[in-house]
Write a protein that binds this ligand. Structure first.
Ligand SMILES: Nc1ncnc2c1ncn2[C@@H]1O[C@H](COP(=O)(O)OP(=O)(O)OP(=O)(O)O)[C@@H](O)[C@H]1O
Ligand SMILES: [Mg+2]
Length: 400
């Protein structure tokens, strides 16, 4: 499935383009923003996660192409398609120099659209799969903060780290993760999706998730324990195979259950964040849970102990907690009732409503430990000095 971002200066034309894409038969996900090419920089986060940028602007001039060139340089896997009424030779040449491979004129030619989409799709399938790293957030007792942490972690990776993120709510009693990020009902739940698992493909999955941010989709939890009881590990197996190719990060709010479904998710996770609090009841169950994780064969580096609502003056100190659990705490998140409640009441993550708070910053740090920032290799002075622009005519030849 290719991820398309359409920036269009006309609502009428964007509808028409959408219909043409639909008729192409190529699997895609479309996000549309209204505006002109010169406003492209305002949509930089959405551009970064797209495979194909379609710019539909009747007034496009050579000057606006610099913004497009900048986007293409910054996002090496991005392809760009320009749709413009009657492109002059100068505009065509300038577009090619900027790295644009597909320039289409009005009225849109059906075959040209299909060719362009197939080209992008083939390039993507030829090796540009997403990272597909899965992290579970689980706990040994209710109310520990798994939902708050999973939601904010997902939001941080999507909004600040420009990852394509999927948040799955696996809670089987009363799922609520979607309430923390949106004030509307989800189009479908995990149970709805699994009940029609034979229909599962990229387009069906796309119709089931809630898009809460250009980079963040949420698959809501069952919400009904009776329906949740029908979920099977084999359903999840099929879904994971699909989503790991389409998202950089898959965050699962596992909640407090340890059952075959949860174990299946934990087995497939690259990391497990086990949330705990400084309270005797949490310590008692937490110890047992860590033993179960050991019996399941999870390595100590896979399981990360997160102390939530951390209070340095609490009767159970960090040292006592670690000694009782026989494990080091990987991370602490402070108690912050005001911001936690405000975020809950507004259905907006803390990492946006209270960005500067210690709790939000703690979550950003947690995201960094789970997804370390990889520094881009610095180019030497000589290679920068002698960097040459690709020859547009040569590129035209090799494309065909
Ligand atoms: N660090 C924190 N500081 C203050 N309040 C917090 C913090 N973390 C979570 N909370 C609050 O604790 C309550 C429980 O949090 P949350 O719903 O995330 O827990 P949970 O483990 O998902 O619970 P459940 O078992 O019901 O699914 C919520 O009201 C939340 O706002
Ligand atoms: Mg929860």
């Amino acid at each position: 499935m290719i991820d398309i971002l359409l920036i269009s200066s006309s609502a009428e034309r964007s509808t028409h383009i959408g219909a043409r894409l639909e008729a192409s038969g190529v699997a895609y996900r479309l996000r549309t923003v209204h505006g002109e090419a010169r406003n492209l920089r305002a949509h930089a986060p959405a551009v970064k996660t797209a495979d194909l940028l379609i710019v539909d602007d009747v007034d496009l001039t050579e000057r606006e192409l610099s913004g497009i060139e900048e986007a293409l340089v910054q996002t090496p896997h991005l392809h760009c398609m320009l749709i413009t009424p009657a492109p002059s030779t100068n505009l065509l040449m300038a577009a090619m120099r900027a790295g644009v491979r597909h320039v289409l004129s009005w009225p849109l030619d059906e075959r040209e659209i299909v060719n362009a989409l197939t080209h992008v799709s083939n390039k993507k399938n030829a090796g540009l799969r997403r990272e597909g790293r899965m992290v579970s957030v689980s706990s040994c007792k209710g109310g520990s903060g798994t939902t708050l942490i999973a939601v904010n972690l997902a939001y941080t990776l999507a909004a600040q780290r420009e990852k394509r993120v999927l948040l799955i709510d696996l809670n089987q009693q009363f799922a609520d993760a979607s309430l923390l990020v949106a004030d509307k009902a989800p189009p479908a739940t995990l149970a709805d999706l699994c009940s029609q698992i034979d229909r599962l493909d990229a387009a069906f999955f796309e119709a089931c998730v809630m898009h809460v941010h250009p980079n963040l989709d949420v698959l809501a939890g069952a919400g009904d324990p009776v329906k949740a009881a029908e979920l099977r590990p084999a359903h999840l197996e099929r879904m994971f195979a699909l989503v790991r190719e389409q998202y950089d990060a898959v965050i699962v709010d596992v909640g407090q259950s340890i059952n075959p479904l949860a174990i299946h998710v934990l087995d497939h996770s690259d990391s497990i964040c086990m949330v705990i609090r400084q309270n005797i009841l949490y310590l008692h169950s937490g110890r047992r849970m860590l033993d179960i994780f050991k019996e399941l064969g999870y390595s100590a580096s896979k399981v990360r102990l997160i102390v939530n609502q951390y209070d340095k003056n609490a009767r159970i100190s960090l040292a006592t907690l670690e000694e009782t659990l026989g494990a080091k705490a990987a991370h602490q998140l402070p108690r912050d009732e005001k911001h936690a409640n405000d975020a809950l009441n507004h259905g907006i993550p803390i990492v946006t409503t209270a960005k500067g708070s210690a709790l939000a910053q703690g979550i950003v740090l947690l995201a960094e430990t789970l997804w370390p920032v990889v520094a881009a290799p610095r180019k030497g002075v000589l290679s920068r000095l002698f960097a040459t622009r690709p020859n547009p005519l040569q590129q035209l030849k090799t494309e065909h």
